[in-house]
Design a binder for this molecule. Structure first.
Ligand code: NAG
Ligand code: NAG
Ligand code: NAG
Ligand code: NAG
Ligand code: NAG
Length: 412
């Protein structure tokens, strides 16, 4: 009886010890799952990582203590993967290697490559690279109308995540947007890198929509479209320490194209550097079409170098002649500030604030603007329409001092 008791209690102690060491996350044992060691993934650039990754995800997601999946260094091929929650405990995917997508466009039936869906307390880390192998897609024609481009896969989709962190990860050569954030609450991108050629169409760096509490911090984005684009329903966003270029800049919108768009409310873009981009900081909405609101937007401490349109509100946004340019936008813009924005402009229109005649912009502030022309075509100018900004501090060019061309040039 005594012997029996001792045996049972020592087994119990062993069990407790092994549980606590799993929670301790010390080495690779316990809560750490290596896709190569445990699930037979192969870093040979051709064996599909999909099944080993999904198997590892299944085990990690079912764990009642925090779990971490590791993709070790090496180059892997991944056809596609959707990693779904809810999981029983916090979960981390640590990618140390490079994961490559199929180059062949025919391999994708839906516009997605890797999806993280409905997960709470999620972390993506590890210094690894997601390579969308988009070079073949960039050569195809037909992106102007967007129909074709929108069907191409997005490298990383973060759908309906709560309390998530994406740290030290690179997205390379996505065929479409690099990152799409949808329906998330409290998600942070930190030391994130986006890398694609300046000529790659529709390859927005990070697109955010219908999300509350998104932070993009200390991130470097080189791409062919918007570095960060912010769609309807975005609330409480902070973009800080982003370097952008080549690319189309940091953009809110386009807004007012679709029915039932939700408000954009509370966006702070601070301490960002844009080089050689077509826009600096921008808000754009379509003429005519649908109503919307965009308020409490603050751009502060921004350096622009050789940027075509450094400061731009464009409520006549109308690429591909997809709208009636003579109609007015129904998107209401209010509480917008541009503070301490300095550097050089590649085109004369350094400051362009074109608001809607039926819904003029309200409470726009220009503080300490210093932009000179880097190009050869005359001094930098500042244009305003349907807005009376509150002006203070240095203003070079003089705020709202230039007339507006009758036909504004469409920008992409
Ligand atoms: C936001 O998410 C992070 C994890 O990325 C977490 O540490 C933090 O506590 C969350 N904040 C709130 C207010 O829940
Ligand atoms: C400003 O951005 C740089 C990256 O460009 C970053 O290293 C620095 O920490 C940021 N400063 C503040 C005060 O956030
Ligand atoms: C800006 O673009 C020009 C022309 O494409 C290029 O020569 C220059 O190196 C770029 N500058 C930076 C800092 O990338
Ligand atoms: C500035 O940008 C223009 C157009 O984007 C480009 O042609 C030119 O080479 C750039 N200049 C410098 C000095 O980078
Ligand atoms: C604009 O700012 C003022 C003052 O901070 C605030 O009272 C008002 O609610 C804001 N407007 C919107 C639409 O958020």
């Amino acid at each position: 009886m005594t012997i029996q008791f001792n045996f049972v209690s020592s087994m119990l102690i062993l069990l407790l010890l092994s549980i606590s060491s799993a929670e301790g996350q010390g080495g690779r044992g316990g809560g750490v799952i290596d896709v190569v060691a445990k699930f037979g993934a192969k870093a040979d650039e051709k064996t599909d990582l999909s099944k080993p990754l999904l198997d590892a995800w299944k085990e990690a997601c079912a764990s009642t203590s925090p779990a971490k999946i590791v993709i070790p260094k090496g180059i892997y091929f991944l056809s596609t993967a959707t990693l779904e929650g809810p999981c029983k405990a916090p979960i981390e995917l640590q990618v140390e290697g490079t994961v490559k997508a199929p180059a062949n466009l025919g391999a994708f039936k839906e516009p997605k490559w890797i999806v993280f869906n409905r997960i709470e307390n999620f972390k993506l880390s590890g210094g690894g690279v997601f390579d969308g192998q988009g070079t073949t897609a960039y050569k195809r024609e037909g992106c102007e109308k967007h129909n074709y481009c929108d069907s191409l896969p997005i490298n990383l989709r973060f759908d309906f995540l709560t309390n998530a962190m994406v740290q030290g990860i690179t997205s390379k050569d996505s065929k479409q947007f690099h990152v799409n954030v949808l329906g998330c609450k409290n998600i942070t991108f930190e030391h994130f890198t986006v890398s694609a050629p300046g000529e790659s169409p529709n390859t927005d760096g990070i697109h955010i929509g219908r999300s509350d509490g998104v932070n993009v911090l200390n991130t470097e984005i080189k791409t062919g479209d918007d570095c960060v684009s912010i769609g309807d329903g975005s609330k409480n966003l902070v973009i800080n320490g982003v370097t952008c270029g080549p690319g189309h800049g940091i953009s809110i919108g386009s807004l007012g194209l679709f029915k039932n768009e939700e408000p954009v409310d509370g966006v702070t873009v601070k301490n960002c550097t844009l080089t050689n981009t077509s826009n600096g900081v921008r808000i754009k909405s379509w003429p005519g079409a649908e109503p919307g609101t965009c308020s409490n937007i603050h751009f502060e401490d921004i350096t622009v170098t050789n940027v075509s349109s450094p400061i731009i509100i464009d409520q006549k946004y109308c690429p591909w002649n997809k709208c009636k340019i003579n109609e007015e936008s129904k998107v209401k813009l209010s509480n917008i500030s541009f503070k301490n924005i300095h550097g050089t402009s590649a085109l004369p229109e350094a400051v362009k604030i074109i608001c809607s005649a039926t819904l003029p912009c309200e409470n726009v502030e220009l503080v300490d603007i210093e932009i000179t022309l880097s190009g050869p075509t005359g001094p930098a100018v500042s244009q305003c329409s349907n807005v009376k900004p509150k002006v203070s501090g240095k203003q070079n060019p003089a705020a709202c001092s230039a007339p507006i061309a009758a036909k504004p040039t469409p920008t992409a």
